[in-house]
Design a protein around this ligand. Structure first.
Ligand SMILES: [Zn+2]
Length: 444
């Protein structure tokens, strides 16, 4: 039976409490001491994290004030210089890793390559028996010309700014959690690898290969995307893919040779109708035609149309079904006389199920939450992140270990400041308990 002592923080002898029992703060002014929890070895480190609140707010404010839109290579490189310096306290080997260029189809139907800014990779104790991957992105959805560029504090606990939650707050949580592990004196048995990529908000086309390598080299994945405002983690994630169909027909003068033309726009209209109908016929899947281009002068039969669409699937079965259906729709349009269709793209993020090892990892996180007085729950989402790619490559991953916040991808994006230390303690405790073996990881 656990013996619970409630001590007034001012009145109690904290050192004595630390010597004889583990204790933790349950709310302002109160200390709960639990003789059986075994938290004493972690408590000094958790207390240190509490002392880092102002520093974390300062880091996030400075970082969010620097524009790191995914296409702003100069901005991302400037940010990287700051980031590398800010991560110095964790030690390890730090380097930049070039990303493969981003390939896209322009409005002329031609493939274009665009350079991406390099990612930051830091590794420490890579030969340890248990290795943890920690990742988050530095890029945001707000480009250099976006009106949302500055950070402002809305009230005592709320910061508004571009990327404060998604994901510069997560960067600060990851940094302080790792620093805490390194300061704890418990880190010897645990190796880690950090990857901060620059292209997550465009689907990580250039860092996919790096993420897959990281998944192979490590045993556990921690990703610091924001958690829900109430602290609920993201459990299972659906999958997502992006396609571009380039449809070519045959031009002709509308007045003189209309019958000789083959309209790419007519063919695209048939394709869109068929794609949209998949929303009714394929269970667990969504198709959204998000952008169309094509045509020119109104007296010319259009010979080029471009149709860009996003597909979603709740699980692998729905992914297979929707993939097959999209191919069938495209093949149907290819049967039209004088029309060709090139289909580019595919699944950028496969669905991320709550399978066995991932479930064990979530249970570990929840156990750490209980030690900290946090009730950790999770729920599924249709949104995707790099956690999908890591899971698809075989790494058990919890991917919403960042701070609490909301309205991400909008000018109202906010971060709840008290969650910075709260979530840093959660991840630090998980890391320390994995390092000491108190939480076992047998590669479930
Ligand atoms: Zn994000």
């Amino acid at each position: 039976m656990a013996v619970i002592l409630f001590l007034n923080r001012k009145g109690c002898d904290i050192q004595a409490a630390r010597r004889c029992v583990a204790y933790k703060k349950v709310n302002r002014g109160m200390i709960r001491a639990d003789i059986h929890s075994g938290m004493s070895r972690y408590q000094p480190t958790l207390d240190w994290i509490d002392s880092q609140h102002d520093r974390m707010v300062g880091l996030v404010s400075r970082w969010a004030g620097m524009n790191t839109g995914s296409a702003n290579v100069a901005g991302l490189e400037a940010f990287t210089a700051d980031l590398v310096a800010d991560f110095e306290p964790v030690g390890g080997d730090c380097g930049l890793v070039a990303l493969a260029p981003c390939v896209s189809i322009d409005s002329g139907g031609v493939e274009r390559q665009r350079a991406l800014a390099p990612a930051v990779r830091i590794t420490k104790r890579g030969d340890a028996g248990l290795r943890v991957f920690l990742g988050i992105h530095m890029d945001t959805v707000y480009g250099a010309d976006h009106p949302f560029q500055s950070v402002k504090q809305i009230d005592a606990n709320t910061l508004n700014g571009p990327g404060v939650a998604d994901a510069k707050g997560g960067l600060a949580v990851m940094l302080v959690a790792l620093e805490a592990l390194e300061r704890s004196g418990l880190a010897d048995g645990l190796g880690w690898e950090v990857l901060v990529n620059t292209d997550e908000e465009i689907g990580s086309p250039g860092s996919l290969g790096l993420l897959q390598q990281c998944a192979k080299r490590n045993h556990v994945g921690l990703v610091f995307e924001p958690t829900h405002p109430d602290g609920t983690l993201v459990g299972a994630r659906g999958g997502s893919g992006n396609y571009t169909a380039v449809i070519r027909g045959k031009p002709a003068h509308v007045g003189r040779d209309f019958g000789q033309g083959r309209s790419a726009i007519d063919a695209m209209a048939v394709m869109i109708t068929a794609l949209s109908s998949l929303n009714e016929s394929v269970a667990g899947a969504v198709v959204n035609v998000g952008r169309v281009e094509g045509g020119g002068p109104l007296n010319v039969v259009p010979d080029l149309a471009i149709c860009r669409f996003n597909v979603r699937a709740v699980d692998a079965a729905a992914q297979g079904a929707i993939e097959e259906s999209v191919e069938r729709v495209v093949d149907g349009v290819r049967q039209r006389d004088g029309v060709t269709v090139e289909l580019h793209g595919g699944w950028t993020s496969p669905p991320k199920p709550m399978d066995g090892p991932t479930g064990v990892l979530f249970d570990h996180v929840a156990a750490c939450g209980r030690d900290l007085g946090l009730s950790i729950r999770w729920e599924p989402t249709g949104g995707v992140c790099d956690g999908n790619k890591l899971a698809a490559a075989g790494l058990a991953t919890v991917d919403s270990l960042g701070p609490r916040g909301g309205r991400i991808h909008s000018g109202d994006e906010y971060l709840l400041l008290d969650s910075l230390t709260e979530r840093a303690k959660l991840s630090a405790l998980l890391l320390m308990k994995l390092a000491t073996g108190e939480l076992a990881w047998r590669g479930e």
